[in-house]
Design a protein around this ligand. Structure first.
Ligand SMILES: C[S@@+](CC[C@H](N)C(=O)[O-])C[C@H]1O[C@@H](n2cnc3c(N)ncnc32)[C@H](O)[C@@H]1O
Length: 246
């Protein structure tokens, strides 16, 4: 089997590494409401699998304590060595393992992940809106390669410098146009946004679409989408061999 590219070592970058940890520490009070919302989404997510693959969890800032203990086996794909160190120290991190595989670097990466862990659920932790899809878009790659696995993602959908008029989370069905969701948070009709190319990531069959605001730093607001995908049919029987994507 062709080897997947290895994760880079992200000691320093804006979305991983020391800068991110410093930001997370300084903004912990401003991020608390967003993290509580992620905790609520995760509490309602029931993928019915004993094995979990976490993609881009960083130090687990948004993962409530106890979440990892819901699974028999947790594999984290995280290129930031500082984040790995912090994750290892979590009280619920006893079943945590790490892989060097970079499943987001090539168009076949998610297919390789699905083939290596057919009995796992996958959680993308605010990562897909921060990286360009290796070909096409993330929605297409997920539909093509991860249809047989339960997965969920929270990810940047748009970001803007304009402060919102309202901050309450919005739950919405699939197919909700971006303008309608934006109108829930902003009264202004014309908003300059960065589109992170992840809108309605799980497509029309996706479930649990919801939107919340993440105040990344002063004057920078990210609208984060949550969605999940359930594969058709009964859940796969748990497999014994340890997951190894290489
Ligand atoms: C915005 S941070 C999200 C952090 C965390 N989930 C949170 O909510 O605070 C994006 C994370 O994705 C990680 N990342 C970047 N490239 C990645 C890749 N190719 N595979 C897995 N994770 C990656 C970064 O190291 C970083 O921890």
């Amino acid at each position: 089997m062709e080897t997947l590219p290895r994760l880079p070592r992200l000691w320093l970058s804006t979305s991983g590494g020391l800068v991110y940890h410093l930001r997370a520490w300084r903004a912990r009070r401003q991020w608390a409401a967003f993290h509580a919302q992620v905790a609520a989404w995760l509490a309602a997510w029931a993928p019915e699998r004993g094995r979990l693959v976490l993609v881009g969890p960083s130090a687990g800032y948004a993962l409530p304590l106890g979440f990892l203990a819901r699974f028999d086996d947790v594999l984290a794909l995280e290129p930031d060595p500082w984040a790995r160190r912090a994750l290892r120290r979590r009280p619920d991190g006893a079943r945590l393992r790490f892989s060097e595989a970079n499943v987001l670097a090539t168009p076949e990466g998610l297919a390789r992940l699905a083939a290596s862990a057919p009995d796992a659920a996958v959680l993308f932790c605010n990562v897909l809106g921060q990286l360009d899809a290796p070909e096409g878009d993330w929605a297409g790659l997920l539909a093509r390669h991860l249809a047989a696995l339960p997965w969920a993602s929270y990810h940047d959908a748009i970001s803007t410098r304009l402060a919102p008029t309202r901050i309450q989370t919005l739950s919405a069905g699939s197919g909700r146009p971006m303008e309608k969701v934006l109108a829930h948070f902003w009264d202004q009709h014309l908003i300059e946004v960065v589109d992170h190319a992840t809108w309605q990531l799980a497509g029309p069959q996706g479930t649990d679409y919801a939107y919340a605001l993440w105040p990344l730093r002063p004057g920078q607001w990210h609208l984060v989408e949550w969605c999940s995908h359930r594969p058709p049919g009964p859940p796969a029987a748990p497999a014994k061999p340890a997951y190894s994507p290489r």
